[in-house]
Design a protein around this ligand. Structure first.
Ligand SMILES: Nc1ncnc2c1ncn2[C@@H]1O[C@H](COP(=O)(O)OP(=O)(O)OP(=O)(O)O)[C@@H](O)[C@H]1O
Ligand SMILES: [Mg+2]
Length: 227
């Protein structure tokens, strides 16, 4: 069985009213891997993640997810692939009218799990991210870092095979940023492949995971510097 869970092949993209951002991007995400995706603002990190969670169709090239060519399979099957992917969005996308605990359990309820079990699992995860005291709060009363952690709990509650996180430390101080990456590493140790878009230099220097760098519309993997 293949160890590759996602593969981008010679992918290119040009926004209709915008720039050509990719000119032949190829890379693979392997089971259990942990990688950073980096590059300057506007280089295309969010766009690339969007393509991986099937929110944006590339102009050319192909995206294989869990062994399926996503541009060729029946559209009806796409949600099944999508369900295996957890996403932490750059701008959180929490639902302000739902309590924290209900935001986190929502993906389970969408899948038909009964609300009591959903509540319990949500509670456990919120404890795990250090928000056990905020179950009944509403997102609007939380700090940026707390919202990030709610978004992370919601993204992982379905135990996704792949977690995509877009600047998940963009709204927190350096110490909290480190803690969040430790959380992702813990999740990774439990078997989830992780791809984090970030331009936080301290994180990139601290954590020795492979880096995919978007430069001039393609992906580079810098060689490790010997020190
Ligand atoms: N919907 C859109 N329509 C047209 N152009 C877009 C659209 N979304 C993004 N772009 C452009 O595509 C390029 C890549 O944007 P993207 O948001 O993917 O970059 P990024 O690396 O995530 O940036 P940042 O680090 O600021 O989050 C930018 O030039 C941006 O202006
Ligand atoms: Mg972005």
């Amino acid at each position: 069985m293949s160890d590759v869970i996602a593969q981008l092949i010679s992918l290119g993209h040009q926004y209709e009213e915008g720039p050509e951002i990719f000119k032949g991007v190829s890379f693979a995400i392997e089971k259990g891997s942990f990688q950073f995706l980096t590059g300057p603002s506007g280089s295309g990190k969010s766009s690339l993640l969007k393509m991986l969670y099937l929110g944006l169709r590339p102009t050319w090239g192909s995206i294989h997810l869990f062994g399926e060519d996503t541009l060729k399979i029946k559209p009806l099957l796409l949600p099944l692939l999508r369900q295996k992917i957890g996403v932490v969005f750059q701008e959180f996308k929490l639902l302000d009218h739902l309590k924290v605990v209900d935001n986190v359990s929502l993906p389970l309820r969408v899948r038909g799990l009964d609300s009591r079990r959903g509540y319990k699992q949500s509670q456990e995860l919120l404890d795990w991210v250090g928000l056990g005291d905020c179950l009944e709060s509403y997102p609007s009363s939380l700090s940026g870092g707390q919202k990030q952690r709610v978004a992370i709990a919601r993204a992982v509650i379905t135990r996704p095979q792949l977690l995509l996180a877009d600047e998940p430390t963009g709204n927190v101080d350096d110490d909290m940023a480190m803690k969040l990456v430790y959380l992702f590493e813990e999740l990774n140790r439990m078997g989830t492949a992780v791809l984090i878009a970030t331009h936080n230099q301290r994180i990139l220097k601290t954590f020795p995971h492979p880096q995919l760098v978007i430069k001039d519309g393609t992906i580079h993997t810098p060689k490790k510097e010997l020190s």
